[in-house]
Design a protein around this ligand. Sequence first.
Ligand code: TXA
Ligand code: MG
Length: 325
Amino acid sequence: MLARTDDIEEAVGVLRAGGLVALPTETVYGLGANAEDAAAVARIFHVKGRPPTHPLIVHIGGARQLDEWVEEVPETARLLAERFWPGPLTLVLRRGARVPLEATGGLQTVAVRVPDHPVALALLAAFGGGITAPSANRFGSVSPTTADDVRAELGDAVDLVLDGGACQVGVESTIVDVTGDVPAILRPGGVTREDLEAVLGRPLAVPSASPVRVPGQHPSHYAPRARVVLVEPDQVAAAAEQAYESGQRVGVFLPAAFAGTPVKAHAVAAVPASLDAYARELYGFLRELDRQGCDLIVASLPVEEGLGLALANRLRRAAGPRSTV
Ligand code: TXA
Ligand code: MG
């Protein structure tokens, strides 16, 4: 059952009372609290099991409200907000006095975005304030893209789950730091680097996959329970078979170019040829192979263009070392 007017009113009540509301966005589901309520924000960290230094995104109802949340809005930010909001773009700016340090992990900058989902926008309009929301998963695990995923992840720890159906983008927002002279992509996501570059008229640097760049960018993020190994696309079937023969419970992300190839595995996720479709399905695939009890997932990276950049980033992190926090 999708969220209705009654649900939005109930959600506003929960937020005003300092509670937590899981809300759909176009990227992934968020675990939301009143951005100005430091105690409610602290509850988010507790429920997620997230280190308190790992900053959150403040969701607002429209680009017009940006000035209320930040110290200053540079021209670049204005341009990007105008072009991409509502949408899967997060801007990092200097923190306004209204944002508690609890929400920014102690930083003097704040991440802000306007989500492009009717339920999220209805909630933000009815609530009036900002909603801080990280993805509604336990720290380090796969982001939820349906209301059922949220319930499975967080259960009773969240006061209300608004159901907005399956997320249409499926990977998190692109984060762009516009506090310096040169804008920088901190996390590739739903808005492509190419689209950003076209608007800005300049090339943008993207972080390499391995080193830890910003607070909370740990390599083990977005990880399913199963171990993920990355191989070349034409090696996927052979690597899966080898693991299968050695007695492991194997899941496979079969690249579109090899669709129909017989694979020895316990579970096969057929990677769609379209990057849009792949982004929409990625986290669902990881969850499904976990549900099927896979110990190992064999996958390959897409070409890192368009949404392929975000997909490759998430797959590398899913395959990254698990020990760091
Ligand atoms: O699509 C999304 O962005 C989703 C939906 C719910 O909006 N949210 C999301 O939130 O992915 P979360 O908390 O899982 O990831 C937020 C990222 C973190 O990597 C964090 O380090 C970064 O944003 N971040 C937040 N504030 C920052 C800041 N002031 N400077 C640099 N990075 C920041
Ligand atoms: Mg997250």
